[in-house]
Design a protein around this ligand. Structure first.
Ligand code: MN
Length: 149
C-alpha cells in the first residue's frame, strides 16, 4: 500500500504525520486558529484540503480573493460573514465563498469550531479591507458587530 493511501485520524481532530500549523505566518488580524494540511495538490488533483480549528471566541482574517473556498464544518458551532450576511454554522454544514466575497469565520460555542476548507493549489493572495472598504462594511449594522480586524 502506498504510504499516503490512508492518513489515520489519531483522535481529537489530529491526523498521523500532519503537523498543526499556525493559521498564517504573520499578521494580527486573526486569533486562536490553527491549520492542518490534510492533502496537498498533485497535478491530477490540483487542490489543497485544510482543516482549520478556531477556539471559542477566535476568528479568521477578514479577507477576500479571486479564488473560491468550499467549507464543510466538522465540529462545534460558529458563524461566518459571507458577503453581506452572517450565517450560523454547525457540523456538516457546507459553505461556499465566491470570488471576491468578503469572509470571516468565528468560533461561537464552548468547543473548538473545526472545518475543512478546499482550495485550488494555484491561488491568489488574500486582500485585507482598505480603510474605506472597512468603513463600508461597517456601515451595514447587520455585520458591524461581527467584524474583527
Ligand atoms: Mn479566504
Amino acid at each position: 500500500m502506498k504510504k499516503d493511501t490512508v492518513v489515520r485520524h489519531t483522535g481529537d481532530y489530529r491526523w498521523e504525520g500532519v503537523e498543526v500549523l499556525k493559521y498564517k505566518d504573520e499578521g494580527a488580524h486573526f486569533q486562536s486558529i490553527t491549520r492542518q494540511v490534510l492533502f496537498d495538490g498533485v497535478p491530477e488533483l490540483p487542490c489543497q484540503l485544510r482543516y482549520f480549528e478556531i477556539a471559542s471566541g477566535g476568528y479568521s482574517t477578514l479577507e477576500r480573493h479571486q479564488h473560491v473556498h468550499r467549507v464543510i464544518v466538522l465540529r462545534g458551532r460558529g458563524q461566518a460573514l459571507v458577503g453581506q450576511q452572517i450565517v450560523d454554522l454547525k457540523e456538516l454544514d457546507v459553505v461556499t465563498i465566491q470570488p471576491y466575497q468578503w469572509h470571516q469565520f468565528r468560533g461561537t460555542g464552548n468547543d473548538p469550531f473545526g472545518f475543512l476548507c478546499l482550495v485550488s493549489s494555484e491561488r491568489d493572495q488574500p486582500e485585507l479591507p482598505r480603510p474605506e472598504e472597512l468603513k463600508e462594511l461597517r456601515s451595514n449594522p447587520a455585520i458591524d458587530d461581527f467584524i474583527r480586524v
